[in-house]
Design a protein around this ligand. Structure first.
Ligand code: SF4
Ligand code: SF4
Length: 190
């Protein structure tokens, strides 16, 4: 039974020789490829190239020093408490006599670690810090690595580096471990 009279009987046209050789389809495909080849690329060669970042971008953390090069962090743990991803761990220690040039407060972070695989770069640690010790940098991201362990950033990679030539002027006395960590950090920046 025919419901409407709109049906149309189609006849299958025989293909031309060019169509049978797929030539128009190949040329159309090549045209699309060429158009995209010369058009502006949507991708970049990360990590060699970086996209311009917003000034409010929250990237890799840095543990700041004060104006005379001492570590600001007093290992109070407020950043770790504020962190929703539980990415921060630290061990607090007491500053010894003679270390006044190294640590600003009587208590300091013997170790301080951030797991960048857990971190969601929310910036709450920065807001919670009463000592203006931790900041998320606007122009730096955690670079890509191949091993999971390499995403755990310790003090050697988090503490703001000091210019070794300015160290004597500032009167900073580094322990051998700190000097070694600093040298590793500076070598990594070259
Ligand atoms: S940026 Fe957010 S998630 Fe990352 S360590 Fe700080 S508080 Fe935790
Ligand atoms: S970074 Fe700031 S909030 Fe975190 S332990 Fe150090 S002083 Fe406290």
């Amino acid at each position: 039974m025919q419901l409407t009279n709109r049906s149309k009987h189609l006849e299958k046209k025989p293909m031309t020789l060019a169509e049978r050789a797929y030539l128009p389809a190949i040329l159309t495909g090549m045209g699309i490829t060429l158009k995209h080849f010369f058009s502006k690329k949507a991708t970049i060669r990360y990590p060699e190239e970086l996209r311009p970042m917003s000034p409010t971008f929250r990237g890799l953390h840095v543990l700041k020093r004060d104006e005379v090069g001492r570590e600001r962090c007093t290992a109070c743990g407020l950043c770790a408490v504020a962190c929703p991803a539980e990415a921060i761990t630290m061990v607090a220690g007491e500053r010894k006599k003679g270390e006044e040039g190294l640590y600003r407060e009587e208590k300091y972070a013997v170790s301080y670690e951030i797991n960048m695989l857990r971190c969601i770069f929310c910036g709450l640690c920065e807001e919670a810090c009463p000592k203006a010790a931790i900041y998320l940098q606007a122009d730096k991201m955690a670079p890509p690595r191949f091993e999971r362990d390499e995403f755990t950033y310790g003090k050697d990679r988090l503490v703001e580096p000091v210019d070794p030539s300015a160290r004597s002027k500032r009167g900073i006395q580094l322990t051998p471990e700190q000097a070694e960590a600093l040298a590793r950090r500076m070598a990594g920046m070259e």
